[in-house]
Design a protein around this ligand. Structure first.
Ligand SMILES: [Ca+2]
Ligand SMILES: [Ca+2]
Ligand SMILES: [Zn+2]
Length: 266
């Protein structure tokens, strides 16, 4: 059978419109967002030449520790976690986010007081509090280990809270997480991310567990999410902690002492 498609001018117009719409639909399908991240809907202002929201422009956020090193964060054995583990975890978490967006986190002193009487604290303030008490033991899912406030405004916004009713440890498990994984997740909220649909990434509602300092990473979904808020770039972490003496520094001191001894008249 010989089939011929004939279109009168008005049908031709509809046909063309259909083809255009079909093409547009296919293009959309081709560009479909395969990420699972969501946004908080608020962000820290990013002022620049373009105005108050210039993606890619460097910005600085201050952070402080309200009570994190007072022994209130404990391990499963009820022994307080070392301050070095707590500080190291939080600074590693800040460092990961600042490696993909142009945010520099600068530590400022914290007077440790509650809002109302406190006069000295950072924009992102870390503390441990009672959130919901101890979560039920496995195999139950975690309920609340930590929480954070989305950006915007002063005081509570941007703050990160860990539940001191739950045990914490360096190498995380589902029931006894690491501060590192929790900090990455909560800082993500504090700078403007919601939860991701993708299991296993840092912004999934059950945050990723890592196995100690130096083992953490951001996943492509976390990076795409935060870069959609602040643009691509990198910042740094400026800590108030006194750096440990390095091996090179120690050797330099030894060499200096040796030289002095050599010069001393016998
Ligand atoms: Ca809890
Ligand atoms: Ca705050
Ligand atoms: Zn969350």
């Amino acid at each position: 059978m010989n089939f011929r498609l004939t279109l009168n001018p008005s049908n031709l117009l509809i046909f063309r419109a259909t083809v255009v719409l079909l093409g547009f639909g296919l293009a959309l399908a081709g560009c479909e967002n395969t990420y699972g991240y969501s946004l908080a809907g608020s962000k820290w202002p990013q002022p620049g030449l373009c105005g108050s929201n210039c993606l890619g422009t460097p910005l600085t956020l201050t952070y402080s520790f309200q009570n994190m090193f007072d022994g209130g964060m404990k391990g499963p054995d009820n022994v307080p976690l070392p301050a070095s583990l707590i500080r190291g975890s939080i600074e590693e978490a800040l460092g990961l986010w600042s490696s993909v967006v142009p945010i520099t986190f600068v530590e400022v002193p914290d007077d440790g007081l509650s809002y109302g009487s406190s006069t000295q604290y950072g924009q992102i303030r870390f503390r441990h509090i009672y959130i919901n008490g101890p979560d039920p033991p496995p195999p139950a899912s975690p309920v609340a280990k930590a929480q954070a406030y989305y950006p915007s405004g002063d005081n509570y916004p941007g703050d990160v809270e860990f539940d001191h009713s739950d045990p914490w440890q360096a190498s995380g498990t589902l029931s006894t997480p690491d501060i590192l994984g929790a900090a990455i997740h909560e800082i993500g909220h504090a700078i403007g991310l919601g939860h991701s649909d993708i299991e296993g990434v840092n912004m999934y509602w059950i945050f990723h567990r890592f196995q100690g300092l130096g083992t953490a990473q951001l996943f492509p979904d976390d990076i795409a999410g935060i870069q959609s808020v602040y643009g691509v770039g990198s910042g740094s972490v400026v800590s108030l902690a006194v750096p440990e003496p390095t091996a090179a520094g120690f050797l330099a001191v030894c060499a200096g002492v040796w030289l002095l001894r050599r010069r001393r008249p016998l």
